[in-house]
Design a protein around this ligand. Structure first.
Ligand code: UN1
Length: 508
């Protein structure tokens, strides 16, 4: 007999608590919706208030813990993730569908992130600089902001919460996390890890629930100093507006419409591997996914037919089965969006060269499976060219010159990732310079950013902040400029400097 799915609680002020209303929501497996993973708290403003209160209280002492010590705990959490990697990967596959190889990578990204930030506890460098006045010292130091609201997505249910949590804590902030309602278990696991390795009560708080019940009150709470969000541009815009009223700091990571440029001279087998991985890895559900493939006319038809052949051969199925190469869409809504874009592309005259249908049959009927889909001859006026689908639907576009390819790549609202396949160093460097994105790859797909480099995009992908790398410090900490005058006299900046120059002049 199947065991009853567990009920998971919020974590507030160091205690696991149910929400006042008693309401919960179900977390189901998108590969088989009969598999209910658990029930999570459908929280509201009351829980948000309690969590923010706890985080505000804990902040008083957490900010004073020396950064190297905070770093040690962050590192402990990384080692906890490492010890539990396989279990965490399975939970993530079960709740969001991508294949186990990829959820192992997702957890690994969380581990890398924790180990990176743990070490940062002994850096967090500021600067010293000469003062314009004698016997005066000038320097900069980083300060935490206070309570951070972290709103995390479902496509990287472990890595992205870690990208936000680890630097936020390392800098001395306390946090309230609201995970995507499709993947609350991974973040619940992460918070359980934080409890087990000994983060003090109130430093890390978890509140599960919807955007209206939890997300909005978190953004509007006067005691939240910063909101960091990864998700759709549409929701990001609402968050930005909600935070603007109080001039809250906001870090936004949103949509993408990333293109790979395949030049005539490229290693075509390599480009093929890269485009397939970029387009259909994670079922196309990465903000860095390859959703456009721009191919130079000389190799266009040859590349297209090889691509379609390889895409048709991809094994679609349950991500928990090690043989599967592509899992399901995350839920019915995403599947409907994918199918809607397929219908739109057909109507607009794009040429369907493979896929295009929902998969059916005993292996598929209880999940949200779609064939890997490729449209050829997509043109810039088509919606598939410009709009993010977030599914396994690739648009292929022919071009004649590198300049055209770069213009096509830049012709969209987003600017997250880009890539070029070529053996010509001049073309590679030209594209590297002129493609307007926050990430760029040469002879590699648009996905696969590493943790110690800044991650983020330009245009409507982001708002100028970066995650990953030391650049994330600028989001999660605030600069303070400090002056120490040890002259024992009043020295007026910009005024008494005159005297110094004159004195020096007289001496001469
Ligand atoms: C995302 O798609 O939201 O670079 C993040 C990559 C991964 C992270 C993707 N390391 O594809």
């Amino acid at each position: 007999m199947a065991t009853k799915p567990p009920v998971y609680k919020n974590y507030i002020a160091g205690k696991w608590v149910a929400c006042k209303s008693g309401k919960t929501f179900a977390n189901v497996n998108p590969a088989d919706t009969r598999d209910v993973i658990g029930h999570f708290q459908d929280s509201g403003p009351e829980e948000v208030n309690a969590a923010v209160r706890a985080a505000k209280e804990a902040y008083k002492s957490w900010r004073l813990v020396p950064a190297p010590k905070r770093g040690e705990l962050v590192m402990e959490l990384g080692l906890w993730l490492k010890r539990n990697k396989e279990r965490l990967a399975k939970d993530a596959t079960r709740e969001m569908g991508k294949i186990l190889t990829e959820t192992r990578g997702d957890v690994q990204e969380g581990i890398d992130c924790a180990l990176y930030w743990g070490g940062e506890g002994r850096r967090m460098f500021g600067e010293t600089t000469p003062s314009e006045l004698p016997n005066k010292w000038a320097m900069t130091m980083r300060q935490p902001l206070g309570v951070c609201g972290l709103i995390t997505p479902w496509n990287f249910p472990m890595a992205i919460p870690c990208w936000k949590l680890m630097p936020a804590l390392l800098c001395g902030n306390t946090v309230v996390i609201k995970p995507a309602s499709l993947t609350p278990l991974s973040v619940w696991n992460l918070v359980k890890g934080a409890q087990e390795v000994g983060f003090p009560p109130g430093v890390v708080n978890l509140v599960t629930g919807g955007g209206r019940g939890v997300g909005t009150p978190l953004c509007e709470h006067p005691d939240v100093a910063l909101v960091s969000f990864t998700g759709s541009t549409e929701v990001g815009r609402q968050i930005n507006l909600a935070c603007a009223k109080d001039f809250k700091r906001v870090g936004l990571e949103m949509g993408g419409k990333n293109a790979v440029i395949v030049m005539d001279d490229a290693n075509l087998d390599l480009a093929l591997d890269g485009v397939l991985w970029g387009a259909f890895g994670t079922t196309g559900q990465r903000c860095t996914a390859t959703s456009r493939c721009l191919v130079q006319r000389g190799v266009y038809e040859k590349f297209l037919s090889a691509l379609a052949k390889r895409a048709r051969a991809l094994r679609v199925g349950d991500g928990l089965d090690e043989r599967t190469e592509m899992g399901p869409a995350v839920d019915e809504g995403q599947l409907k969006t994918d199918l809607a874009y397929i219908a739109i592309a057909k109507k607009e005259g794009a040429r369907l060269i493979c896929g295009g249908k929902r998969l059916t049959g005993p292996k598929y009927d209880h999940g949200f499976f779609l064939e890997p889909t490729i449209f050829a001859d997509v043109t810039p006026r088509m919606r598939l060219f410009k709009e993010e689908v977030f599914g396994p639907v690739l648009a292929v576009v022919p071009f004649d010159t590198l300049e055209q390819a770069i213009a096509l790549q830049n012709d969209c609202l987003y600017g997250l990732s880009g890539s070029i396949y070529t053996k010509d160093v001049n073309k590679a460097f030209t594209a590297m310079r002129d493609v307007h994105t926050g990430l760029f790859y040469v002879n590699a797909p648009t996905i696969g950013a590493e943790n110690h480099l800044p991650f983020g995009g330009v245009k409507q992908t982001g708002n100028g902040h970066r995650e990953g790398g030391k650049e994330a410090l600028d989001l999660f900490s605030e600069w303070k400029a400090v002056y120490v005058d040890f002259s024992d006299s009043l020295q007026r900046a910009q005024i008494d400097t005159e005297k110094i120059v004159k004195l020096e002049g007289k001496k001469r």
